[in-house]
Design a binder for this molecule. Sequence first.
Ligand code: SAH
Length: 219
Amino acid sequence: MNADTARVQSKEEGLRLVLAARGAGVRNQRVLEAMETVPRRRFVEALFENQALDNTALPIPCGQTISQPAIVAQMTEALDVGPRDKVLEVGTGSGYQAAILSRLARRVYSIERHPPLARTAQQRLRALGYNNVAIKIGDGARGWIEQAPFDSIIVTAAAEDLPSALYEQLRLNGVMVLPVGRTDATQTLLKVEKRPEGPSYTELALVRFVPLLEGVAKE
Ligand code: SAH
């Protein structure tokens, strides 16, 4: 198997992503291990392959982006995923964040509004052997009611407010991580915990994400 088709990344490649995560303050060993092993190269377009290990967001089809590795690691750490957890992701994109989560959770459900992205991500994850990820085409702001409640929910596109359907589908004491704010400006990455007395908010960072849009995109 040559480097292009390798299902894992080399130690050297992995350490570049681990360094980016550590630079953002991530210390959780399980998260760092996932960053080290999931081959980010396999989630970017051929044109950007030589930048796959850089700590930057990169363009993917349908005008979307694969997030910066440091942010992926930071959001994943904030979710505090346990090995028996069921996690929902809104915004599958390239499938990279879902792959990272698949190493940490029992099962990952991910929703994408662009059909071509959803199809490519599902094929990619299957080819890499990440078999505990289910992807569906849909409006992620509505959640995935058949699979609710979730132990944690991650939204990788920015909304102006916390989508209420997602909060409802989070289990009690579950964690949700999402960028909130106007999409033409910097947004705040929020950690929301569902407490018996109501939501508890922690601001994690300032970020820039593509917008959370309504409905399914036309092919
Ligand atoms: N997590 C992705 C990042 C993708 S960028 C990765 O690891 O590559 C955000 C994605 O959210 C885009 O693919 C965009 O199409 C998708 N998106 C935006 N609004 C959405 C919605 N309402 N439902 C589902 N996906 C949505």
